[in-house]
Design a protein around this ligand. Structure first.
Ligand code: NAP
Length: 332
């Protein structure tokens, strides 16, 4: 089969369209023919290296954590699934930056990691929303669940995770302020949950958000990291909540813990989707919650760009430059 491999860390040029032999199917595994593969910012971090993984000795590596497709065959011990079933998966059990392998035409995946896809959820929707949606889910269900009395500030609100968070907070009745990098993204963010948008490369988001909520927002949800997180402390009301879930601009620099007390007894979370809904049962429940929200129109999953898997380098360039909105999906 064909897959995208890297033989060293580096820029998009290290992504190679290569012939790869699939290992024999284990008794508890299924072989999936991928139809749609989710592109996540973490794929870029793993490709670049040195971010989560300081030294990787086992090249070549196939990138990617998330895909949807059709089961081709099942191992001898698998009883819950059969060939022809439509399924998806997000990770295969280990740490997300180690258990990669989705940028491939096919993959052997442990059956306990599979999510059965309902008829009304397409393969592209699943690949576009499961990892990003479970990230929104860990934030809303485990870190801070806003209600009608709350205003939340969401950085990069037109991004894959940001646009799902904004819609979810809107659905829960909160007022949503979203920061965005361009006027086009502001329009997208307002169509996806934001009541207010701030062009944070042109205006100071701290004063802009305090103008909207002088007493400070209840929570900040931040996937941007270095450029936004510590400055966001000044936007939050006393005893408010700060959630950093990502580092699109780079890692959050170290800061003294006492800053949380000085800025108003703030609560800090740094969630990872992999720790949330990490059993077969809890994952199925969390995904069903996402599917139901899509069905009811509370979450619109926008696949704003698709690329053939073999052209993934072009997709990485677009995402890394911050030129995309919503989700990017790779097609086999
Ligand atoms: N904790 C977890 O479990 C988890 C799960 C999923 C994702 N994440 C992380 O969350 C972050 C966002 O993920 P996503 O899927 O929403 O990403 P995305 O759709 O690719 O959006 C990233 C956005 O960040 C903004 N940005 C600000 N500074 C940037 C820079 N220097 N380079 C590139 N983009 C920059 C851009 O929006 P503007 O143009 O509006 O500024 C960009 O479009 C990533 O760091 C990702 O690794 C974490």
């Amino acid at each position: 089969m064909k897959a995208i491999t890297i033989s060293s860390n580096g820029g998009p040029e290290v992504l190679e369209w290569a012939d790869v032999d699939l290992p024999a199917l284990g008794p508890a595994e299924v072989r999936i023919r991928h139809t749609a593969i989710g592109l996540n910012y973490s794929d870029i971090n793993v490709r670049n290296g040195g971010f989560y993984v300081t030294e990787r000795t086992t090249f070549p590596v196939i990138l990617g954590n998330e895909a949807a497709g059709v089961i081709e065959c099942v191992g001898d011990a698998v009883t819950d699934f059969q060939p022809g079933d439509r399924v998806a998966y997000v990770g295969t059990g280990g740490l997300f930056f180690e258990s990669t392998g989705a940028y491939a035409e096919q993959r052997n995946v442990p059956a306990h990691c599979l999510i059965r896809l309902p008829d009304d959820i397409t393969d592209q929707q699943a690949a576009a929303m499961l990892l990003k949606g479970l990230t929104a889910s860990v934030i809303i269900n485990r870190c801070f669940r806003p209600g009608p009395a709350d205003t939340v500030l969401i950085h990069a609100a037109a991004s894959g995770v940001g646009s799902l968070l904004a819609q979810w907070c809107h659905h829960l009745g909160a007022t949503v302020i979203g920061t965005v990098g361009s006027a086009a993204k502001a329009q997208f963010a307002r169509a996806h949950g934001c009541h207010h948008t701030v062009l944070y490369r042109q205006e100071d988001f701290v004063s802009a958000s305090l103008k909207i909520v002088p007493g400070g927002v209840s929570a900040v949800f931040d996937g941007v990291g270095r450029d936004t997180f510590v400055r966001s402390f000044d936007c939050v009301q006393p005893f408010g909540t700060l959630v950093n879930y990502g580092n699109a601009s780079g890692s959050v620099p170290p800061f003294p813990l006492v800053l949380l007390a000085q800025k108003g007894c703030l609560v800090l979370h740094r969630p990872g989707f992999g720790w949330h809904a990490n059993t077969t049962e809890t994952r199925a429940q969390a995904c069903e919650e996402l599917f139901e929200m899509v069905r009811n129109g509370y979450l619109r999953v926008e696949v704003c760009a698709t690329f053939p898997l073999r052209n993934v380098a072009d997709a990485h360039r677009e995402v890394e430059a911050g030129r995309t909105t919503g989700s990017v999906v790779l097609l086999t």
